[in-house]
Design a protein around this ligand. Structure first.
Ligand code: GLN
Length: 193
């Protein structure tokens, strides 16, 4: 199994480290040629406008969009989730627009700009998952094909899956808990539907 990690900007090194812990072959992706032959792709957190611009500059956006449409499993965290969304409240640059969700950037305002909270994520088992939120977006709306995997205590959706596309508003790569990445690898392997 070979997983690509978009390495344009943001927290890509942390995703690569987790994938190494899970004994998976990793390709950092900066150019379209590096997308060839991947079994899955991770789009990290960072600054969605910068990542979006770099994806366009390096001709990655259209290639990733068509791979997603052809069934490539993709996992987007935080800014990565913003880029996967079909609709978002305020993003000037063009996102990938492949997941049927509406997101809102920087949804937590100043006081709760960044925070950590335990999340109940039933698909990962009973043990709570450490949710690390950094200037995070939220998911405002989903269509019927989208499964909500995690919510905050107030009901706000913060992790979703649509087929082989997975997205979280928080950063599993900044924790020692490997279960969210393992869940993505299970999707890649075809073991969870
Ligand atoms: N606030 C960032 C954005 O809107 C996302 C932050 C993150 O990825 N940690 O792009």
């Amino acid at each position: 199994m070979r997983i690509g990690v978009l390495a344009a900007q943001g927290a890509f090194a942390e995703h690569i480290a987790i994938l190494h812990q899970l004994k998976v072959e990793v390709t950092p992706v900066r150019l379209p040629a590096e997308l060839v032959g991947l079994d899955g792709l991770i789009i990290p957190g960072g600054e969605s406008t910068s990542i979006s611009r770099l994806m366009l500059d390096y001709n990655l956006a259209s290639e990733i969009r068509s791979l997603a449409k052809n069934g490539l499993p993709i996992f987007g965290t935080c800014a990565g989730m913003i880029l996967l969304a079909k609709r978002n409240s305020a993003l000037a640059a063009e996102p990938l627009g492949v997941m049927d969700i509406t997101v809102r950037r920087n949804a937590f305002g100043r006081q709760r700009d960044s925070f950590e909270t335990e999340l109940s994520i039933p698909v990962l088992g009973e043990k709570p998952f450490p949710g690390v939120f950094i200037r995070a977006p939220v998911i405002e709306q989903v269509n019927s094909e989208v499964e909500i995997l995690a919510r905050l205590a107030d009901g706000t959706s913060v992790a979703v899956r649509q087929g082989k596309l997975l997205a979280s508003a928080f950063h599993p790569e900044l924790t020692n808990d490997l279960r969210f990445h393992q869940y993505f690898l299970d999707i890649v392997a075809g073991g969870t539907t």
